[in-house]
Ligand binder design. Structure first.
Ligand code: KG4
Ligand code: ZN
Length: 358
C-alpha cells in the first residue's frame, strides 16, 4: 500500500509518502518538513494566524516535493491522509482541504488522522512493536499515559491537570531567556551544567496514586529560583544549572508517574512488557535514558521513535493513515476538522483539572 500524508496542525508544514511494501513493514519514501520557527521566534511562541497563512503558502510545493522525492505519481497512490485534529484549527483546515482536493481529483480514499494517534503509532514505522503497549505521549500540547490496545483503541490512564511537559520546557526556557523553541535549547543548556545539584525544584505529583501529571508548579519554581539570582543579565552557569535542575525534576516526575502507569497497565495486560515514548519531548536524550532504566527495573523495555520522528512530521500521519485504512477506518469528504479530539473519548476528566486539557 502507498499513501501520502499531510501534517499542518501546529508550526510544521509536512508531507510524506510511506509504503508498507506489502509485507507490513514500513518504508518512508519521502519525509519533507518545513519548520516555521523563524516566523514565530519574534513572538516567543506559535501565533495561530501566522501559522495558518504559512501552511497555505507552502503546502502545495511541499506535497509536490514529497511526491517527487518518492518518485511516485498520484495514480499509484492508494490513499491520502491528513491530520484532522487536534490542533490549531486554521492550520488543520489547510491540510485537510489539500488532502480532500487530492482525494477528489484522483478518486482516492481520504483518511483524517488524529494527530495524537500519529504520535501513538509512530513507533511502528521503524520498530516491530505489537499491541497492546503502554504509551507515554509527551509533546508541546499533550502529556498523557495511555494503554494502546489497537488502531483506534485507547484507554487513558493519566493526563496532565495543567501544563503539558513540552509547554513547561518552552515556558521555563522562555523565562530564562534561552529562546524558542525551549525544549532542545534547555536540553543543550543542561548539558553544560557545572553544579547540577545547586537548585532544588519540586517533583510535582510524586508519591500520589495514579499517573496524572502537573507541571505548572515546576515552571513557577523555575521562575522563583530565577528571581532570587543576582540582578542583571543571567550568568551562563546559572542558566545551565537551573536548566539541569528543571530537567532532573521533569525526569524524576516522569519516572514516578510511569512506574505507577506500568502497574495499572499490567492489571489489564499481565503479559504486557513494552513502554513506548512518543511526541516532541521524547527527543530529549536525558529523559529517554531515565525512562529506559525505569522500564528495565520494572521488566519492561522502552522503545521510542528515532529523534526525527518524535517531533511533528507527516511520515507518522501517513503511517497512521495506512494503519487506519487497513482497519477499515476511512473518512468521507464531509469530515470536519476538529480542534479537540481525545484519543479516549470515555476518559473521565482529570481530578483538579480546570477543564483545559483533553
Ligand atoms: O510533538 P511536537 O513536535 O508538537 C506537538 O504536537 O506539540 O512537540 C513539540 C514539543 C515542544 O514543546 C518542544 O519544546 C518539545 O516538544 N521538545 C523537546 C525536545 N525537542 C522538542 N523537549 C525537551 N527536549 C527536547 N530535546
Ligand atoms: Zn505533535
Amino acid at each position: 500500500m502507498l499513501i501520502l500524508g499531510i501534517e499542518t496542525s501546529c508550526d510544521e508544514t509536512a508531507a510524506s509518502v510511506v509504503t508498507d511494501v506489502g509485507t507490513g513493514e514500513a518504508r518512508i519514501l519521502s519525509n519533507v518538513v518545513l519548520s516555521q520557527l523563524d516566523e514565530h521566534r519574534p513572538y516567543g511562541g506559535v501565533v495561530p494566524e501566522i501559522a495558518a497563512r504559512s501552511h497555505l503558502d507552502h503546502i502545495d510545493r511541499l506535497v509536490k516535493q514529497a511526491m517527487d522525492e518518492a518518485g511516485v505519481s498520484y495514480k499509484e497512490l492508494d490513499a491520502v491522509s491528513a491530520t484532522g485534529g487536534p490542533g490549531l484549527i486554521g492550520g488543520v483546515i489547510v491540510g485537510v482541504m489539500t488532502a480532500k482536493a487530492i482525494a477528489l481529483t484522483h478518486s482516492l480514499p481520504f483518511i483524517a488522522v488524529n494527530h495524537l494517534e500519529g504520535h501513538a503509532l509512530s513507533v511502528r514505522l521503524t520498530e516491530q512493536v505489537e499491541f497492546p503497549y503502554l504509551l507515554l505521549l509527551v509533546s508541546g500540547g499533550h502529556c498523557q499515559l495511555l494503554s494502546v490496545e489497537g488502531v483506534g483503541q485507547y484507554k487513558r490512564l493519566g493526563t496532565t491537570i495543567d501544563d503539558a511537559l513540552g509547554e513547561a520546557f518552552d515556558k521555563s526556557a522562555k523565562l530564562l531567556g534561552l529562546g524558542y523553541p525551549g525544549g532542545p535549547l534547555l536540553e543543550k543548556a543542561a548539558e553544560k551544567a557545572t553544579n547540577p545539584d545547586r537548585f532544588k525544584l519540586p517533583r510535582p505529583m510524586r508519591g500520589r496514586p495514579g499517573c496524572d501529571f502537573s507541571f505548572s508548579g515546576l515552571k513557577t519554581a523555575v521562575r522563583t529560583a530565577a528571581e532570587k539570582l543576582p540582578p542583571g543579565p543571567f550568568k551562563e552557569e546559572d542558566l545551565n544549572d537551573l536548566s539541569s535542575a528543571f530537567q532532573t525534576a521533569a525526569g524524576e516526575t516522569l519516572v514516578n508517574r510511569c512506574t505507577n502507569a506500568i502497574k495499572m497497565f499490567k492489571e489489564d495486560h499481565p503479559k504486557g512488557n513494552t513502554l513506548v515514548v512518543a511526541g516532541g519531548v521524547a527527543a530529549n536524550k536525558v529523559l529517554r535514558t531515565r525512562l529506559e532504566v525505569m522500564a528495565k527495573k520494572n521488566g519492561f523495555s522502552m522503545v521510542a521513535p528515532p529523534l526525527a520522528l518524535c517531533t511533528d512530521n507527516a511520515a507518522m500521519i501517513a503511517w497512521a493513515g495506512l494503519e487506519c485504512f487497513k482497519a477499515g477506518k476511512i473518512d468521507n469528504l464531509n469530515f470536519a476538522p476538529r480542534p479537540r479530539w481525545p484519543l479516549d473519548p470515555n476518559a473521565p476528566k482529570a481530578a483538579f483539572a480546570g477543564g483545559k486539557k483533553a
